[in-house]
Design a protein around this ligand. Structure first.
Ligand code: DON
Length: 587
């Protein structure tokens, strides 16, 4: 902890406390040969990461982890394994794994070249416009951007994964698709979570005949745990991509099926939209935190920008000395989070369409100004002009996976169809679900999306534009070497989930599995409430309430699949127990 930032902290009570905590911390470090951020795996710890030396994969589904690990074992690199996992998840985890959605992949090569981001976010169709989700009175018609054919953006996943492979992989698209095609055609054994998801989303999904016949049995019941689930139509769609490359999705039969689906139900995606879709190579947002370099997703995601902004603010507080999930630490995090989400609502959007003041938002001096106004004693109320609660819907889901190979290459990928099962609409004859990502635009400036996030003019719907995201695939480096590969689903909570895993590793010296498993908190400015997971003590909650926070207990937030690289190159995998199918494995 450097001294200068401590001067920023207001309040003598707090200063005294942090000074004595610093003294204790210093004394302790003299006696304990401090492991570098949780790298030593002690028997006494409650959570243990997967440990390996050659390669590590962490995904939200065991079968995706297994096929990606096999690629690494056969000599493929992290990019090959990540793309293979991406296609496998589209089969084994249809609620978020996808070919009908989009996402972001961060790649940091072991040769220390500059990390690169592949943006395969969905785009608004050419016929989209800024009032398409409003009625004649200008009021937002909420379900239109969520559960109709208008909800779907032009999918980017197939083009994005293919681009990653072409730029950095060694496998052909056909090879990377082979395990997914096999899983779709031969089927796989259904886990409990698969059945539960389809039961929960049933009212929304069975409205659509193609969804009903794809995901439920003939008698309408869901596949039960232990039964085999096959997807022959999806297998054929994947096969067309294997044979014809991206044209097997964006042209020809699959494109025809998508466009027919749109025409039957008033959707906007045309053949021209599909054939014009291009992923974009972008520079990730870069920041530093206590000597580590952070690379995370740039616009059209807000993730990297605000992770860096919040870390910059927190760098001036004695987080390590205060301790993990103490009232002080949670209070500082919440105050910093609010400031970032307020900025997000105003400034963030697709940089191909709007100017985003990125340099300012991520600068240390801006963070210093913001930090000066944070009181350590009192929560600042969010503006009372604002929306109510986020809309209620079945558990949302996106999915993240991280891969590191024996050459030190790292891939961090988050992709999604937005809600669990996206729009709920399956392309008839093609066997895959369409995203409902158009809801991530602001349907009207100031009106919140499904996650309660407010967007402004910068994120209004425009033809061909990418909707603002929170997805935050992140890679941290230490002295130029890949150190932490992480990222999460969770809608608006993606940013704060990723942030806390970084803090847990850097400030709280947790091993990666402990860092991933630890209870999390979240504040997004509006609604003005501090959401916490189970596991924050009652007296901590009372201390936070005394400072003016409205504390609300939330169900599990995020599902962060992470890998940490030890100084000697040992790989540590942390899979998030919040998803029962999560799996980190190495060799
Ligand atoms: O791009 C975004 O920020 C959202 N569409 C992500 C949705 C999500 O994470 C749902 N999951 N848990």
């Amino acid at each position: 902890m450097d001294k200068a930032p401590q001067r920023q902290i207001k309040g003598t009570r707090l200063k005294r406390r942090s000074e004595s905590l610093s003294a204790i911390a210093l004394t302790l470090t003299l006696f304990i040969a401090s492991p570098v951020s949780g790298q030593a795996i002690l028997e006494g710890e409650r959570f243990h990461p997967a440990v390996a030396t050659q390669g590590m994969v962490s995904t939200s589904h065991t079968l995706a982890t297994d096929v990606a690990l096999q690629v690494l074992k056969e000599g493929g690199n992290a990019i090959d394994a990540a793309v293979t996992a991406g296609f496998a998840l589209a089969v084994t985890q249809p609620r978020s794994g996808n070919i009908g959605g989009g996402g972001f992949m961060l790649i940091a090569k072991g040769d220390h070249s500059a990390p690169e981001a592949i943006d395969f976010r969905e785009k608004a169709p050419a016929a989209a416009n800024e009032t398409m989700f409003q009625d004649d009175n200008g009021d937002v018609v909420q379900n239109r951007s969520r559960f109709t054919h208008l909800a779907a953006g032009v999918p980017g996943t197939v083009a994005g994964l293919a681009m990653a492979l072409e730029r950095h992989g060694t496998l052909s698209l056909k090879q990377a698709l082979a395990p997914a095609i096999k899983l779709a055609r031969d089927g796989f054994t259904v886990p409990q979570r698969f059945t539960d998801g389809l039961e929960q989303a049933r009212p929304r999904l069975e409205r659509w005949p193609a969804t009903r016949s794809t995901f439920y049995k003939r008698d309408g019941s869901a596949y039960q745990p232990g039964e085999t689930f096959r997807q022959p139509k999806l297998a054929n769609t994947l096969q067309r991509i294997a044979e014809k490359g991206v044209d097997g999705f964006y042209q020809g039969k699959t494109a025809d099926l998508i466009v027919k689906e749109m025409e039957r139900h008033g959707g906007l995606i045309t053949k021209a939209d599909l054939s014009a879709y291009e992923p974009v190579v972008r520079s990730p947002v870069h920041g530093t935190y206590r000597g580590y370099d952070i690379y995370s997703m740039s616009p059209p995601s807000s993730g990297g920008t605000h992770i860096v902004q919040i870390l910059n603010i927190l760098e001036g507080f004695p987080i390590r000395e205060s301790g993990h999930n103490t009232a002080d630490t949670i209070h500082w995090m919440a105050e910093a989070m609010k400031l970032a989400y307020a900025d997000r609502s105003q400034y963030l959007g697709d940089t191909d369409y709007v100017e985003v003041p990125l340099a300012g938002l991520t600068s240390k001096s801006y963070a210093e100004t913001l930090r000066k106004d944070i009181s350590s004693e009192q929560a600042r109320p969010a503006s009372d002009i604002g929306p109510g609660q986020p809309a209620a819907y079945e558990s949302p889901e996106t999915t993240h996976f991280s891969v590191v190979d024996k050459w030190g290459n790292a891939v961090s990928n988050t992709y999604t169809i937005n809600f669990s099962y996206g729009s709920g609409i399956t392309v008839e004859g093609a066997g895959f679900l369409l995203n409902n990502e158009m809801d991530d635009f602001s349907a009207k400036p100031g009106v919140p999306n499904a996650y309660g996030l407010i967007g402004g003019e910068a994120n209004k719907v425009e033809p061909g534009k990418r909707m603002l995201s929170s997805m935050s695939p992140t890679i941290m480096k230490k002295q130029g070497k890949n150190f932490l590969v992480t990222g999460s689903p969770g809608g608006s909570r993606i940013i704060t989930t990723t942030l806390q895993v970084i803090l847990n590793v850097i400030d709280h010296d947790m091993n990666i599995q402990t860092a991933v498993s630890a209870p999390r908190v979240h504040h997004q400015w509006l609604p003005d409430e501090l959401r916490i997971e189970q596991g924050i003590s009652g007296d901590t909650i009372r201390l936070l309430e005394d400072r003016g926070h409205t504390v609300v207990t939330n169900s599990a937030m995020g599902a962060i699949q992470s890998i940490m690289v030890g100084e000697d190159g040992t790989l540590y995998g942390g899979a998030d127990p919040r998803r029962s199918t999560s799996s980190a494995k190495g060799y």
